[in-house]
Every structure is written in C-alpha cells, then in structure tokens.
Write a protein that binds this ligand. Sequence first.
Ligand code: URA
Length: 281
Amino acid sequence: MSQPGPQPLAALLRWYEAMGVDEIHGDVPVDFTSLPASAKRAKPAASPVAAAPAPDAPPAVASLARNDAPLGTADASKSAIAVASAAPTLEALKQALADFEGCSLKATATNLVFSDGHPQAPIMVIGEAPGVDEDRQGLPFVGVSGRLLDRMLAAIGLDRHAEDPAKAAYITNILPWRPPGNRQPNAGEIAVCLPFMHRHIALKRPKLLILAGGVSAKTLLDTSQGITRLRGRWVDLTVPGLDAPVPAMPLYHPAYLLRQPAQKRQAWRDLLAVQERLETP
Ligand code: URA
C-alpha cells in the first residue's frame, strides 16, 4: 500500500487537533480504553490543600463515587450532589473529586486541578477550566493567563503565595479537568461539576468572590447574560450550605484581556471595587 502524501497527512493532523489531540505521549499507540481503571487514575498533583485522606463517606455515597461505569448526566448530577455535600473539608472534597467517575473530562485529563493559594484567603477567584499548563501541573492559572491574573491580583496587593492570609488569594475553576483541545466546556459537564463548586465555596467560606470570565459568571449567577453586561457589578451569591450570600464580582477573564488589552481599563476599575470592598470591615 502506498504511503499517504503530505496533504492527507496535514489534513489528518488538523483533524487530530480539532479532536483535541495536542500532545504526543509515546511512539507506540496505547489503547487507554482497554486499560484497567486503576491504570488510568490521574496522577496526584501538588496542591495547597493538605493531602489528608478523606473521611469515610456513608456507604451509599461511597459506592456512587467509586462507580467506574460512565453515568448519564442526570445520574451523574445526583451522584455529584450526594458526594460533594458529604465532604466535610476541602481535603475531603478534593479526594471526592479525584474518586468521582461522573464527568467524562476526567478520562482525557492528565491531572485533577483543584485549587491553588491560601485556603484562608478572603478572596476566592473562580475561572473557567484548566488549560494545557494547568493540566500538566495540576494547578489553576499557571499559564499565560495565570501570569496576567497574578499581576492583576498584585495590583490590589494580593499574592496567591502570600503566607499572610489577609494578603493572599485562593484560586480555582468551575471545571477541575481540562476539556480536550481547550474547547469550551459543555452544559452537561458544567452541570455535573457545579455541586462540587458550590460545596467548594461553602467549605472555603470566602469574604468575596471574583468570577473570572463568562463561563464562571454565567454558571454561578445562573444567567444567560454575557460578561460584558455582568462585569463590574456586585451580585450577592446564595450558595447551598452558607447562611449568608457571598458578594461576587464578575470580571473579564485574563485570557480575554490578553486578546483585548483595551478592556484592561475596565478590569482595573473592577479590581479597585474589589479592593475597596476587601478593605471594608
Ligand atoms: N483559564 C482558566 O479559566 N483557568 C485556568 O486555570 C487557566 C486558564
């Protein structure tokens, strides 16, 4: 049989890229779908949350969390609510996500991306989903847009690595696994991960939330309005498990600001509003 010429090969590469294949792991193809589940588990990643073992969940919840069969969205959402609400600490929630089999993104991701920063920081930043750098390192916002986010936080005196919680930030994403090829997460994936996000906020108990970008703002505010309308206005976010609503500020996503630097002026204004509220007792 003759070898394909350069044009079909280029077309094949473009197809791979469109399907989200953007990394080569080895010269010999491996059928990951035929490996036992234990061989496919995500590698543990560095995390600011101490890697304490999760307390035992009630048996019914534990069996849902460890069910290796793929679940439909409705079943997966029910399972996510049960598993997430049973987590008593951030460490337990991270472990519950690591054990959760209800979101197909886990199968294509390298690492679970749970959070970075100080768990006692007053500010919790919620982005969209990990990209390739975050997936590799198991930490949120560590690529180019993460560098801009760090500069934005520094402009209001915050640093995710600060030891003093008052000067620190805590950072996470709506989705804890990278969508293949950095595609937009779909509604089903977001719905399945949302109970974990709500629980994450309830356990973290931030003073203020920054919702970075349209996916984060629309998901948590449960609205179809775009970020251009939402940004710059405080919204009181009611979160299951918290007695009082949490003030949330939707902000342009750093990746958008890198593409549209003219919008940085508005983002700066929004950041100043966050700083002012942060300093208000
Ligand atoms: N974009 C996000 O929304 N989150 C990340 O962690 C990285 C890029």
